[in-house]
Write a protein that binds this ligand. Structure first.
Ligand code: SD4
Length: 328
């Protein structure tokens, strides 16, 4: 792992549906370098139907930008979208009414950074990247992550929108503590990209399970669970009930399965089946994985129907309905 700058003055700061294809031009900057190897063309893929996010990532890739910048800027689109109630600003709060965000990012060299259960900062993925680039650590959690964000110049933002507050108050009237992903909420964004140099990076960001217990953290900011990239092999990322993904170290497993020769599709299917095998009597939850390999081949698979993933290449963008273990 490359050497990173140590923290300066650490505590000085108090404090859906198939869309019409968008055809993007492929200019010279997107052409793979002449390395004598099979050319790999840039591609961005993400969980769910986040066309604006992959389009943003593609803009970075099209100009010759890095896969790291592409995934960073791509997922930020969803963090900033107040209508996405599972990511960033506008995310649903925990059961006490506090919005706490999780995110992680991983680059081609295996460098990574994450923030867990961080409040009051609208772009956790940017803080995760700062953790990766500006500290000797991988994860910062809670108040420490928030304080670090202020030190890095991030602004304090109230993340609980009026709509989220009203939904939470409504939930409190009747709910027992049993948050169920994809019924109460979903739409975490995990994104993987390959740039013109053939290098892979990934990012994942979420507000987690709606109305979760205070302090609960799922898979999304956990390297190996919600996201994993190995530039020699490929990358994988997850959405759904994080506890199940953590138990099987899902994204790491999928990358390792690709290393052993499985296609991204086969690897995602095996990842889901490992989770099913541990939950023989209980299948009322959703998990979706997406993966990409070094050749730019992609795959996606989930437990229940309804999961899609989006790809964006020079051919334009596609919303891919994912195959599922349980059929409707
Ligand atoms: C979590 N995996 O916190 C996240 C939730 C999610 O779509 O993916 N929602 O467990």
């Amino acid at each position: 792992m490359k050497r990173r700058k140590f923290l300066r003055n650490s505590s000085t700061v108090a404090a859906g549906m198939l869309s019409a294809p968008i055809l993007a031009s492929c200019n010279e900057t997107t052409a793979a370098k002449d390395t004598g190897k099979t050319p790999i063309l840039p591609i961005a893929i993400c969980t769910w139907d986040f066309g604006n996010a992959t389009a943003k990532a593609w803009k970075v890739l099209e100009k010759g930008g890095s896969s790291l910048d592409a995934v960073h800027q791509g997922v930020m689109v969803e963090e900033n979208d107040l209508n996405n109630s599972t990511v960033g600003n506008g995310g649903r709060p925990d059961r006490d009414g506090n919005v706490t965000l999780d995110a992680c990012i991983m680059d081609k060299d295996g460098n990574c950074g994450a923030v867990l259960a961080m409040q009051n900062i609208a772009n956790p993925i940017s803080v995760a990247r700062k953790v990766m680039e500006e500290t000797p650590h991988v994860m910062l959690a809670g108040k420490g992550a928030e304080q670090f964000a202020y030190e890095q110049g991030f602004e304090k933002t109230d993340l609980l929108t009026e709509e989220s507050k009203q939904a939470w108050l409504e939930w409190k009237k009747t709910s027992q503590y049993k948050p169920i992903i994809n019924i109460e909420n979903h739409d975490t964004i995990g994104m993987l990209a390959i740039d013109a140099d053939g290098d892979i990076a990934g990012a994942c960001t979420t507000s987690g399970m709606a109305y979760k217990m205070a302090g609960r953290v799922g898979d999304s900011p956990i390297i190996g669970a919600g996201l994993f990239v190995d530039n020699e092999v490929g990358g994988a990322t997850a959405t759904g009930v994080g506890e199940e993904v953590v138990r099987t170290v899902g994204s790491f497993l999928i990358v390792e399965l690709m290393r052993q020769g499985k296609s991204p599709q086969e690897a995602c299917e095996e990842g889901v089946k490992r989770i099913i095998a541990k939950n023989k009597d209980k299948q009322d939850f959703q998990i979706g994985f997406i993966a990409i390999n070094k050749k730019g081949e992609t795959g996606g698979y989930c437990i229940h129907p309804g999961f899609t993933y989006r790809t964006f290449t020079k051919e334009g963008h596609i919303n891919n309905p994912s195959d599922s273990y349980l059929k409707s």
